[in-house]
Design a protein around this ligand. Structure first.
Ligand SMILES: Cc1cc2nc3c(=O)[nH]c(=O)nc-3n(C[C@H](O)[C@H](O)[C@H](O)COP(=O)(O)OP(=O)(O)OC[C@H]3O[C@@H](n4cnc5c(N)ncnc54)[C@H](O)[C@@H]3O)c2cc1C
Length: 325
């Protein structure tokens, strides 16, 4: 669920100063699970939600692989029950965005648009954001036919011809979802085999609305005079041949980049920007923990992110007990 901040710091009002024992950055599965565990340890954690309440999970229509929901659960619904459960035990929420942190001294400084917080412990659960192709027309037509979220935008493409870019789980899951609306979903993949899991591959292959275009990339998104997508220029990765294909929408699912730029030079990270954590979810700065996709290039699931969030909160609780006073 996307939040628009209408109370954004205008530059005229002075930010408030506040102190919190535990601040959790992010309201995805990792942040909300950390909030539940820290709340049950009676630490009254504060979650700073960011713009995406519920995280990436809230972008998908149905989650079928989170244990406890044999019939699946809507992505937004799952975020809401996570939040409700954390609130029940005393977690607090600030619907704001962290613009900078100072982790060089304690208490740590966490600055949002509206508030300058000090925190004894910080749990980073800022997750990841979808990668862009970086091709001509992509940013120009974002919201006008180019999308990174089938659940959000699929409805607008009834009986349309859609291009889905990617070959992993997300591309197939979202491509399958789009067949509810579209007349044809063409999955364009730069290789000749998919990375997606076997069940999804079978479902996609069996769906008569889905077509695969192999060894091909999208080189350009093109629009009509009204600024709406009407075609893509496809390029064969083997022959380099290019051709125009009419299309009403382009959905891009080519992986994610961790949202960790505000921690650069303050925490140890991998070259790809994932925060390095030990098996207790501790980062290179004592008292700062990280969980979920901000620190996980491998699994990137709701259940694994939630598990890391719980582990980070348990470690944070122990850290506070050891450093009491
Ligand atoms: C389309 C799609 C379908 C998916 N389907 C499934 C599925 O079926 N099953 C499954 O297990 N997984 C699925 N996933 C993956 C799953 O959603 C993620 O693994 C999971 O959401 C990661 O959780 P997270 O809490 O680490 O991060 P995220 O979910 O990325 O949440 C990050 C949170 O941090 C916040 N944030 C970011 N920057 C800041 C900042 N500066 N200040 C404050 N807050 C900030 C964001 O607003 C957000 O709330 C899917 C993902 C996508 C995109």
């Amino acid at each position: 669920m996307e939040i628009n901040f209408n109370n954004t710091f205008s530059g005229q009002k002075q930010p408030e100063e506040k102190h919190e024992k535990v601040i959790i950055l992010g309201s995805g599965p990792a942040g909300l699970s950390a909030a539940l565990y820290a709340a049950r340890a009676e630490l009254a954690p504060l979650v700073i939600t960011g713009t995406e309440l519920g995280g990436q999970a809230s972008l998908t229509f149905l989650i079928e692989n989170y244990p406890g929901f044999p019939d699946g659960i809507g992505g937004t619904d799952l975020g809401q029950v996570f939040q409700k459960q954390a609130e029940k035990f005393g977690a607090k929420f600030d619907y704001d965005y962290v613009v900078s942190v100072d982790l060089s001294q304690r208490p740590f400084q966490v600055n949002t648009y509206n508030t300058h917080y000090q925190a004894d412990v910080v749990i980073i659960a800022t997750g990841a954001s979808p990668n862009h192709l970086g091709i001509p027309g992509e940013s120009e037509f974002t919201g006008k036919g180019v999308s990174y979220c089938a659940t959000c935008d699929g409805w607008f493409f009834k009986e349309k011809h859609l291009i889905v870019v990617g070959g992993g789980d997300s591309a197939l899951e979202e491509g399958l979802f789009l067949t509810r609306y579209a007349s044809k979903v063409e999955i364009v993949h730069r290789r000749d085999e998919l990375r997606a899991g076997a069940i999804l591959q079978r479902r996609a292959m069996e769906n008569e609305k889905i077509h695969f275009t192999w060894n091909t990339t999208v080189a350009e998104v093109m629009g009509n005079g009204s600024g709406i997508v009407e075609a893509v220029r496809l390029k064969d990765t083997q022959t380099q041949e290019e051709r125009l294909v009419p299309a009403d929408g382009v959905f891009i699912f080519i992986g994610h980049t961790p949202n960790t730029s505000i921690f650069h030079d303050q925490l140890k990270m991998s070259p790809a920007g994932y925060i390095e954590v030990d098996d207790l979810m501790a980062t290179s700065v004592p008292g700062v923990f990280a969980a979920g996709e901000a620190a996980d290039p491998h699994f990137r699931q709701v259940v694994t992110s939630a598990g890391m969030g719980a582990a980070a909160a348990i470690s944070a609780t122990r850290y506070l007990e050891e450093h009491a006073g």
